[in-house]
Design a protein around this ligand. Structure first.
Ligand code: IPD
Ligand code: CA
Ligand code: CA
Ligand code: CA
Length: 281
């Protein structure tokens, strides 16, 4: 049986309140992020607000659940290797919170209002709570394993489009990976003429929330990290969609090349990427 509480405290309530508080705060700080620095590459940005948001989230989680583990983007050394290693060390913990304190930092820096806070809770490697908060639209997407996904009290379902030609889909280009960029250019080139259209709006977590909400029919990206995907993956599963890696293997925390759809277009999108040899690097 999936545990959702410990000593009467709801994991989901803490996830919601924490994402909401962090989201409000980053919105308040928008435009005031003086201290911009780069991480693994000149495209890989971080601000004091990313770090402050993560500290706030860690502190709130620790207040309620002092014995739980936390994996947060800004607590890990830059680069794919360090991220994978950090996940490996923590993925079997009884309770692991997986945190992206700002998903869409590049948008955040430029004032492009498409970014989010993403918080997931995994129980022995399985995501049981996922929250993605968009402070710009005040939309908080929340899912509990087996209980559906909601935004503003309304239950969400994935879209019904069954052909790629009728589907609006999205992708992304990781800032920190020189390998992903050329590969996913091939993916984009293959998908764009077959889909109704493609969006690249710059927050993987929010794109995935939009798949759960039926606003997009699919999303794929290669070279992501666990904190970009974990919450969004549960949102989509709970909305009746499908999440795998780009090769079609079932979602797990270790997935970095993600394919997330309404289910109906999954195979067509997977095959399109496979034919273009754009499933990974
Ligand atoms: C990034 C965003 C972006 C995606 C990158 C991610 P960050 O996360 O999700 O949309 O294309 O791959 O790294 O660094 O802004 O948290
Ligand atoms: Ca980042
Ligand atoms: Ca991210
Ligand atoms: Ca981030």
């Amino acid at each position: 049986k999936t545990p959702f509480t410990v000593s009467g405290k709801s994991f989901t309530a803490v996830a919601i309140n924490t994402a909401a508080k962090a989201g409000e705060w980053i919105k308040l700080k928008l435009g005031a992020h003086a201290s911009l620095t780069t991480k693994s590459t000149p495209h890989d940005l971080v601000t004091e607000v990313d770090k402050g948001s993560e500290t706030m989230i860690r502190n709130l989680i620790k207040t309620h659940f002092p014995h739980h583990s936390i994996l947060g983007e800004e607590g890990v050394a830059p680069g794919a290797e360090a991220s994978a290693q950090a996940l490996k060390e923590l993925q079997d913990e009884e309770y692991l919170w997986i945190v992206d304190p700002i998903d869409g930092t590049t948008n955040y820096v430029h004032g492009f209002p498409f970014f989010s806070v993403s918080i997931a809770l995994a129980h022995r490697g399985e995501v049981i709570v996922g929250v993605v908060y968009d402070p710009n639209r005040d939309e908080l997407f929340v899912a509990e394993k087996g209980k559906g996904v909601y935004v503003k009290g309304k239950r969400l379902d994935v879209s019904k489009e069954s052909k790629l030609s009728e589907a609006l889909v999205a992708t992304g280009f990781p800032a920190d990976s020189k390998f992903a960029l050329p590969v996913n250019m091939k993916g984009l080139q293959a998908v764009a003429p077959r889909a109704r259209n493609v969006r690249v709006a710059g927050s993987a977590a929010l794109h995935m929330a939009y798949v759960a909400a039926g606003r997009l029919s699919g999303f794929w990206e290669i070279g992501l990290n666990s904190w970009d995907i974990a919450a969004g993956a549960l949102l989509i599963q709970e909305a009746g969609g499908q999440v795998t890696d780009t090769a079609g293997q079932p979602y797990s925390l270790a997935v970095r090349h993600v394919l997330a759809t309404n289910g109906a277009i999954h195979e067509e999108l997977r095959e399109t990427l496979a034919k273009a040899q754009a499933t990974g690097f």
